[in-house]
Design a protein around this ligand. Structure first.
Ligand code: HEM
Length: 408
């Protein structure tokens, strides 16, 4: 077969396209093609929507080594960055897309509220939010869409309270967040949604500059006053925290529930557990098994990096595919089995290295409260329909379900 070599000496047509499709009927498993690549070795090449051919890193050990390596960058404006969509040139969503030292400087400003002790103090309030929403569900008609009635409101109410964003605006910010993380949105749609959210956060900052409250946005206005943070920077940070704070956890609640309903033995173990350690290990295992941020951590090499006998050249794009890393048999025996009793805490569902999820203590606590309450309070919870009718978020940068009709 003859084909044209690209400048890297590759046959682009023979390089598989990324992202890849999941197998029909296996909504919880990463694409089989990724499994096959992982068996071959830790590094391979894939082809993106724009014809570029970044590296894909499929094995757990190499993923952690690279994500901890200071010779990689998250800067989307650098040539070679493997952008998931044609979005280049638009303003980055705060420090998640910045390199150190600016990344570290900004991240430090919002670290304290996510410290474990501070998060633990919120547990009773999260328990109350969870119980109230379940009361409302039980008092209303069935079947009900668990996403709308429960999975989205829990983390949205929590992040709104932390940031000082009025929950009454949830339709507005949830709609715009959806557009931003939807792969199929056009660059224009995405940047318009980002603009609307930044404008909204900007208005809230205006109010809090005059009338500060006991919340994170008010604390950011102090940084604006001292000149440590620009107005635009504060609004961008608000956008990042608002989106990251509700979208991810909401998807874990709904997809986690579906995975448990499909694994009734595991669900029964969790429902009957009165040991917080088992609840906590169930949360870690579901994070590992479902890995909702399924499009890989995107990076670009700043220098030549040698790994597993290969040289990643400066300027090469990298996709660290943590979804398949969490199914690496070298790190998790029998990785495709959901086993809430295993120790899965070393998973990479929150990423690894300097950009590792800032909100993980909060996400963990919310999921522990939800998973230990929902199935105990509604022991007969079940799907209202067939699994093959569920609309999955194949097109989103965060995986999950658009709707989850349930009854009891
Ligand atoms: C189950 C829920 C969650 C999952 C699976 C998740 C996953 C992740 C992942 C994989 C990253 C790393 C991004 C990268 O390396 O490119 C990340 C970063 C981040 N997450 Fe989360 N997240 C969750 C919940 C939250 C919550 C509740 C917050 C609260 C606001 C949050 C805030 C952030 C922030 C601010 C970053 C950027 C950190 C940095 O760049 O230094 N996340 N998250």
């Amino acid at each position: 077969m003859t084909s044209t070599l690209n400048p890297a000496g590759e046959h682009p047509a023979e390089i598989p396209e990324y992202p890849m499709a999941r197998a029909a009927g296996c909504p919880f498993d990463p694409p089989p093609a990724l499994h096959a690549m992982q068996e071959e070795g830790p590094l391979a090449k894939v082809r993106l929507w724009d014809g570029s051919t970044p590296w894909i890193v499929t094995r757990y050990a190499e993923q952690r080594a690279l994500l901890a390596d200071p010779r990689i960058s998250v800067d989307v404006t650098r040539p070679g960055y493997p952008s998931p969509t044609p979005i280049r040139g638009s303003s980055p969503i705060s420090f998640i897309l910045m390199d150190d030292p600016e990344h570290a400087r900004l991240r430090r400003m919002v670290t304290a509220p996510f410290a474990i002790k501070r998060v633990e103090a919120l547990r009773p309030a999260v328990q109350k939010i969870t119980d109230d929403l379940i009361d409302t569900m039980l008092a209303g008609p069935k079947p009900v869409d668990l996403v709308e009635a429960f999975a989205l409101p829990v983390p949205s109410l929590v992040i709104c309270a932390l940031l000082g964003v009025p929950y009454a605006d949830h339709d507005f910010f949830q709609e715009n967040s959806k557009t931003i993380i939807k792969r199929s949105a056009t660059p224009e749609q995405r940047s318009a949604a980002l603009g609307r959210l930044a404008g909204y956060l900007n208005d809230l900052l205006d109010e809090k500059l005059v009338n500060p409250g006991d919340d994170m946005l008010s604390q950011l206005t102090e940084r604006i006053k001292t000149g440590e943070l620009s107005r635009e920077g504060a609004a961008q940070m608000g956008v990042l925290l608002l989106i990251a704070g509700h979208e991810t956890t909401a998807n874990m609640i709904a997809l986690g529930t579906l995975a448990l309903l499909e694994n009734p033995g595991q669900l029964a173990l969790l429902r009957d557990a009165d040991d917080p350690k088992l609840v906590s290990s169930a949360v870690e295992e579901l994070l590992r098994y479902l890995h909702i941020t399924h499009n890989g951590r995107r990076r670009v090499a700043l220098e030549d990096i040698e790994i597993d006998g290969q040289v990643i050249r400066a300027g090469d794009g990298l996709i660290v595919a943590n979804d398949i890393g969490n199914r690496d048999p070298g790190a998790f025996p029998d990785p495709d089995r959901l086993d809430i009793q295993r120790d899965a805490r070393h998973h990479v569902a929150f990423g690894f290295g300097v950009h590792q999820c800032l909100g993980q203590p909060l996400a963990r606590m919310e999921l522990q409260v939800v998973y230990s309450t929902l199935y105990r309070r509604i022991p007969t919870l079940r799907l209202a329909g067939d699994l093959d009718q569920i609309p999955f978020k194949h097109d989103g940068s965060v995986y999950g379900v658009y709707e989850l009709p349930v009854t009891w």
